[in-house]
Design a protein around this ligand. Structure first.
Ligand SMILES: Cc1cc2nc3c(=O)[nH]c(=O)nc-3n(C[C@H](O)[C@H](O)[C@H](O)COP(=O)(O)O)c2cc1C
Length: 169
């Protein structure tokens, strides 16, 4: 393996280095003023069991977050391996992000995608300024996952979608 060093931490090259770390992708979504609103995020991470917390990290330039953060509850859905197109759509033009996607909206306004491998129903716990991003801590109100655990997650790696090899089917 040949490692190339990025000594000047140039943002474009740094983004490529960050992209070496594979992750899942979540849909972050809620009904805000009667409109289903959301985006795709690969920055999801679990944080704490007690209290139950997760985090996402969003660009401070996001036009969607100022609306989403007003929602009483947010739905996070872990995308399944057949969701590559959904992942792209959820980061594309705002007015088409949920076209053709089957969703369920909870009474409190969290929006969950029906075919995800797991979901979290949560509320904003704390927002932390983090450079050009906002680190958003979310407190869970409920969570669930595919009961037979046969569905595999979508994987985001080096700016592209891939899947787990050898994932249980
Ligand atoms: C796979 C994938 C993962 C993404 N992850 C993030 C993320 O973690 N944080 C973020 O701010 N934007 C992320 N984006 C971009 C957002 O989905 C969205 O395009 C961006 O926030 C701009 O839209 P907005 O101005 O409506 O927020 C991701 C996009 C894709 C396709």
């Amino acid at each position: 393996m040949t490692l190339s060093t990025n000594q000047d931490l140039d943002p474009i090259r740094l983004r490529q280095v960050f992209g070496s770390f594979p992750s899942g992708v979540v849909a972050v979504a809620a009904e805000v003023d009667g409109v289903v609103t959301g985006l795709a995020a690969s920055s999801f991470t679990s944080v704490s069991l007690d209290p139950p917390l997760v985090a996402i990290n969003l660009a401070s330039t996001s036009k969607t977050w100022p609306d989403l953060r007003r929602a009483r509850r947010l739905g996070l859905t872990v995308l399944a391996e057949h969701h590559a197109e959904v992942g792209r759509q959820l980061s594309g033009p705002v007015e088409h992000r949920f076209d053709g996607i089957s969703i369920t909206t909870t009474e409190e306004g969290a929006v969950i995608l029906d075919e995800g491998v797991a979901f979290f129903d949560c509320a904003v716990y704390k927002e932390v300024d983090a450079g050009d991003h906002i680190l958003v801590l979310l407190e869970l109100h409920s969570a669930g996952h595919d009961l037979d655990e046969t569905s595999a997650p979508l994987v985001f790696h080096r700016s592209g979608f891939t899947r787990l090899v050898g994932a249980p089917r």
